[in-house]
Design a protein around this ligand. Sequence first.
Ligand SMILES: Nc1ncnc2c1ncn2[C@@H]1O[C@H](COP(=O)(O)OP(=O)(O)O)[C@@H](O)[C@H]1O
Ligand SMILES: [Mg+2]
Length: 264
Amino acid sequence: MSEILIRAENVTKTFVSRKGRVEAVRDFSIDVQRGKVVCIVGASGCGKSTFLNMVAGFIQPTSGCISLEGKPITSIEPRCGMIFQSYALFPWMTVLDNVSFGPRLKGVRKSERYQKARRWIEMVGLQGFEDAYPGELSGGMQQRVALSRVLANEPDVLLCDEPFAALDAMTRQIMQQELLHIVQKSGKTVIFITHSIDEALILSDTLVVMSARPGQVKAVYDNDLPHPRKLEVQLTDRFLKLKRQVWNLVQEEVVGSMTMPVIR
Ligand SMILES: Nc1ncnc2c1ncn2[C@@H]1O[C@H](COP(=O)(O)OP(=O)(O)O)[C@@H](O)[C@H]1O
Ligand SMILES: [Mg+2]
C-alpha cells in the first residue's frame, strides 16, 4: 500500500527584500509517497530550489504547509538530507572523514562511524578511496562522496537540487544509474530537481512540471517506464512520447516567460 510521506499543500513563498517582493512559488501542492522518486522539472528561476529549501526546513512557506508524516516541517528537518550541485566537501579531510562527519557531530564512536561510513563509501562505488582527499578525485567521484556523506546521516528523504548538473554527460548518466540503484537498495524517498527532461524521465516514478515563476504545478505524470531503467530506455517509443509531452509543456513556460527584445 502506498503511504504519503511528504505532502505540500497550497504552498506559497514570497521573498520580501529591499528591492521589493518576489513571489517564487504559488499555491504549490504535491504528494510524495514513501520509497518513490519525484522529479520536478522547470525553467531556471521558476522556484525549484525555493520549494526544496522549504521541504528541508531551511526556509518557511509564506502560506500553506509542507508536512512529513503528517507533521508540519517548521525547522531544519534531520530526516531530510540535501545534495547540492556543488559538492561542499571539506578539502582537508579524507573521504572517510568527510563521510563520517555527520555521525561524528552526533557523538558516534570512531570505530562505529568509520565502519558505517565504509559501507556507504562502498555503496557509491568508492571503495579503495577512503584515504584520498577531495582534491585528488574527479567531479563525479566527489559527488559520490557528497552522496555517501548525506546517506551516512541516515535520512529518510534525499532532497537533490540539480546534483549532477555540473558533471559531463557520461558521468551524469552513470550517477543516475547509481542513484537508482541506491534508492532501490535503501528504499529512500527522493525529491529530485532538474532541468533535464531526460534525467527526470530516467529517475522518476512521478514527474512534476513547474510553470514559470511564480512556480505552480503545471502537470503531474506517473512515469510508467519499466524498471530497472537502463539507459536504453531512452531509445524506446514510450520514452520519446513522454519526452515530447513534457518538452512541449516546459517550452510553453520558457517562451511565455522570455522578454527578449524583438530583432527586426
Ligand atoms: N532569498 C531570496 N530572496 C529574494 N529572492 C529570492 C531568494 N531566493 C530565491 N529568490 C528568487 O526566487 C525566484 C526563484 O528562485 P529559485 O527557487 O532559486 O529558482 P530555481 O531553483 O527554479 O532556478 C528567483 O526569482 C529568485 O531570484
Ligand atoms: Mg535552483
